[in-house]
Design a protein around this ligand. Structure first.
Ligand SMILES: [Zn+2]
Length: 220
């Protein structure tokens, strides 16, 4: 199988390469007692890799850091300020454009990044880039943070990273409105029913997410 990962190639191997590129964006933030802080970044990396294969695109390394202020009450969460975040994304898009990658597809995993990315799109377009933004978790239909959806994806893709003995029926409420903090809705940091997770569900979710994003990119 062809290797689509930009950073694995030499610069010579990129000469005359495909002009379409996938930019995965995750986060480093708490995911309850049973999933690692890197969950969003691991998942978006695997989703993006598969999408790159299907759509014949180049994949760049995941932007691991996002905007995770809402989880900062939980140790280990690392957040960028909006200006830093937007600066990093814009600089990467501009670098890619300078090397001829005119069609850029951002796959954003973490909801906290979304509004900043939407605000950044016109600035990216000003660089002469055809850019599109694709979401991940919203496709499964329920609010989920380390709940049934994310835990299932992790059980399917990275089972060795799931602390199964820590999964239980966590107490939570669904956040409402803007600028909420996770701690006000869940003491564990989990929002969703991790106890209902399974690797089989994770496989179904993964395939649905990958196929939908790949279709959007092919039709875009
Ligand atoms: Zn997550």
């Amino acid at each position: 199988m062809q290797n689509y990962v930009l950073s694995d190639k030499t610069w010579c191997e990129l000469e005359g390469e495909i002009e379409r590129v996938i930019i995965p964006i995750g986060s480093i933030e708490q995911h309850g007692p049973h999933l690692p802080l890197i969950t969003d970044s691991l998942l978006v990396e695997r989703i993006s890799k598969k999408v790159a294969e299907i759509t014949d695109s180049i994949l760049i390394p995941t932007i691991y850091f996002g905007i995770s202020e809402e989880h900062m009450n939980f140790k280990g969460t690392l957040t960028l300020t909006p200006d830093s975040f937007k600066g990093v994304v814009l600089d990467i898009c501009t670098s890619l454009r300078r090397h001829g990658f005119k069609k850029q597809h951002i796959i954003n995993y973490h909801g906290g990044n979304k509004k900043y990315l939407i605000g950044l799109i016109p600035e990216i377009k000003k660089q002469g880039i055809e850019v599109s933004l694709h979401r991940v978790l919203g496709r499964i239909g329920k609010f989920d943070h380390a709940g049934e959806v994310e835990t299932s994806l992790m059980l399917y893709l990275y089972p060795e990273n799931v602390r199964r003995d820590k999964i239980k029926k966590f107490k939570y409420r669904i956040p409402r409105g803007e600028n909420w903090r996770t701690i006000d809705y869940s003491r564990s940091g989990v929002i969703g029913d991790a106890i209902n997770a399974s690797a089989d569900k994770g496989e179904r979710y993964f395939k649905k997410i990958v196929n939908e994003i790949a279709e959007e990119i092919k039709n875009g």
